[in-house]
Design a protein around this ligand. Structure first.
Ligand code: ZN
Ligand code: ZN
Ligand code: ZN
Length: 368
């Protein structure tokens, strides 16, 4: 297989693309120039074993994990198991003295940090899980988010994410997701929520829906106003990677990562908790097929994925209501094929060395 990250010189692109949802974020798409020393970043190999005697997340070692929160199914051998995190980044109620001095302000590191053991098989990848299993996993995400929001009004946001493979920072090789309930809305989400609300105020429709419509428009011709001559033809359908009945996988026009893909509900929906049980199977299918495409093209996808859903603002779900029409939940999949360099850290400008249109084409071309 050719190096999937090799710069493609056939149709050179060098442009700064503005993220349509959060315009303060932009990406430098520079295909002809190697901004990154690709070869120095060989991905660490992934653990693909089915069962590991010493792994605390494997069946038979249940006594080695912190207390269980829930397991699925309720009887018989568990398929999915949720436990507290042994090393939480946010802790419980411990009374803390906050010293705020001058510009150095802090807020309590209060919250919950939990681990979902996605599957009883140690190294199984998402694309190899049964659709019914994946649907159950998304159901577990929903159930726990719901419980956490209902449990404590100080919790403003519940972030569900997955690190898969050592290149994505997974410290335990057994496949797992994490749930972090926090007392603040993370800045990434807040920027999306506020900017999409501003767009809605101006245009009276959801910007995410508009992007889906654009992705589903297969060809657009732009004519010259005076002469009527064709000025430019754009093929916007090129951003669709995978399509289900209810969900769609799109390659963002301003992708920060070479193989970044977003999955969204086709019909407008702000809150992941509103996905109906019977639609989780379609979500599972789209996620599974998208991961299979990524895995085939990259040759072993190691990635982070995370859910962006409308914030609840504690137990009062009405606090999310102002954004119900303007925000649109989504799952962002960010495969890790390179490490940010000083240029990116210093400028905040992500560098993408693969033209997103071509990346989408290669993902679509995978024969599943
Ligand atoms: Zn294991
Ligand atoms: Zn929408
Ligand atoms: Zn997002």
């Amino acid at each position: 297989m050719s190096d999937p990250n090799a710069p493609d010189n056939s149709s050179e692109v060098r442009e700064i693309r503005i993220n349509p949802i959060v315009p303060s974020e932009s990406v430098l798409v520079a295909t002809a120039r190697s901004m990154r020393p690709k070869k120095a970043e060989e991905l660490a190999p992934r653990d693909t074993r089915k069962h590991v005697e010493t792994c605390p997340f494997c069946r038979g070692n249940e006594h080695k994990t912190p207390p269980v929160i829930l397991s699925w199914p309720a009887d018989g051998d568990w398929q999915i198991r949720m436990v507290e995190n042994l090393y939480p980044v946010l802790g419980d109620d411990r009374e803390q003295a906050n010293f705020n001095f001058g510009l150095q302000q802090t807020i309590d590191g209060y919250g919950r940090h939990e681990v979902i053991i996605d599957h009883h098989e140690h190294g199984i990848a998402v694309q190899d899980m049964a659709e019914s299993h994946l649907a159950a996993l998304f159901g577990v995400y929903q159930a726990r988010m719901q419980q956490l929001f209902a449990s404590d009004e100080r919790l403003k946001y519940v972030l569900v994410f997955k690190n898969f493979g050592p290149a994505a920072g997974a410290s335990i090789p057994h496949t797992h997701s994490q749930v972090i309930a926090m007392p603040v809305v993370p800045e990434n989400v807040d920027a999306e929520v506020k900017n999409s609300a501003a767009y809605y105020a101006k245009h009276h429709h959801c910007i995410f829906c508009a992007l889906i419509d654009e992705a589903l428009t297969f060809e657009a011709t732009i004519y010259d106003r005076n002469s009527g001559a064709v000025r430019r033809k754009i093929n916007v359908g090129q951003y669709v990677v995978e399509r289900g009945e209810k969900f769609i996988a799109i390659k963002p026009f301003a992708s920060r990562y070479e193989w970044e893909v977003h999955i969204l509900p086709l019909a407008h929906q702000a809150d992941f908790l509103d996905v109906r049980g019977e639609d989780l199977a379609d979500l599972a299918r789209v996620v599974k097929r998208t991961m299979a495409r990524l895995d085939a093209v990259i040759g072993g996808a190691q990635y982070n994925f995370f859910l962006h859903s409308v914030p609840h603002g504690g137990t009062d779900s009405k606090q999310g209501a102002p954004y119900a029409a303007s925000y649109h939940w989504h799952l962002e999949i960010c495969p890790r094929t390179s490490i940010p360099t000083g240029f990116e850290l210093g400028s905040g400008l992500f560098v993408n060395t693969i033209n997103p249109e071509q990346a989408a084409e290669r993902l679509r071309a995978v024969d599943l």
